[in-house]
Structure formats: C-alpha cells, structure tokens
Design a protein around this ligand. Structure first.
Ligand SMILES: [Mg+2]
Length: 141
C-alpha cells in the first residue's frame, strides 16, 4: 500500500502567526503534530531561497514555547513569483495559506489540485488551527 499521506506546505503570516507578536490559537500543537506525522515544508515569503533560519526565528519571536526542534524539521523550498513554483504536484499535498493569488489559483487548477489549498481565515475563525489539527489527525491514522 502506497503511503498517500499528503505533504504539508505551511505559510506563516495569517496561518501559524495571528500577527507578528502572536502565534495563532492552537499553532503549537498543530506544528508539533504536523512534524511528528507528516513531511512539512515552509511556504512563506520568509523562506523563498532555500534557507530556513529567518523563518524559524520569525516564528519563535512570537512564542515562549520551545518549537525550535520542530521548526528545524520543516523543509526549505525555493520560489520566486508564485508559491506554486515550490509545490511538487506529483505528490499529494495540503497547502495551508490565508492567500492564494490568481496565478497560484491557475496553477492549482491546471494540476486539478485546487482542493489541496486549505484557506485559513483567522479573522473569521481565530481557532481554525484547532480544527485543522483534527483534519491532520484523521489523515495520519
Ligand atoms: Mg499569509
């Protein structure tokens, strides 16, 4: 049986962080569970060139939780104009992001993968990551 667990691509602003000073509600648990059970990739403007140090520090600045060992397991990506450049469409994935621009929507649609984008809206649903953690738990079984 092929392992069909999706890769996870995670944005920072508006997803892991509610704002520059605060993690989103449930983000620590979400991050830990994601790393322990999935292959996790950064997909954020804070990691575009394949180096992850800035993204890690940026998240850690917003919390007292010791997330460093988990964040260091996130894999780097490189992209330029569209985040979809960094996505491997040959492998199942879920992309958690508060934004998806028109070019990115186009790329997702071209690969029949629009449903792999999980729209995060912390303004509307401040505890959305608590619920997305349940989604991860159902996929990891
Ligand atoms: Mg964002």
């Amino acid at each position: 049986m092929v392992n069909m667990k999706p890769r996870l691509y995670l944005d920072i602003d508006g997803v892991l962080l509610a704002n520059e000073e605060n993690l989103a509600i449930g983000a620590s648990e979400f991050i830990k569970y994601a790393v322990d059970n999935f292959e996790v990739y950064w997909l954020t403007t804070h990691c575009m060139d394949g180096t992850t140090a800035h993204a890690i520090e940026y998240v850690l600045r917003a919390t007292d939780d010791d997330l460093r060992p988990y964040l260091e397991k996130f894999k780097p990506v490189t992209w330029g104009l569209a985040k979809t450049e960094a996505i491997d469409f040959n492998t199942p994935f879920l992309w958690f992001d508060d934004d998806c621009y028109s070019g990115e929507r186009l790329a997702l649609n071209e690969h029949n993968a629009f449903n792999s984008w999980i729209e995060i809206d912390l303004a509307k649903y401040p505890d959305q990551l608590v619920h997305e953690l349940k989604l991860l738990q159902s996929l990891a079984e």
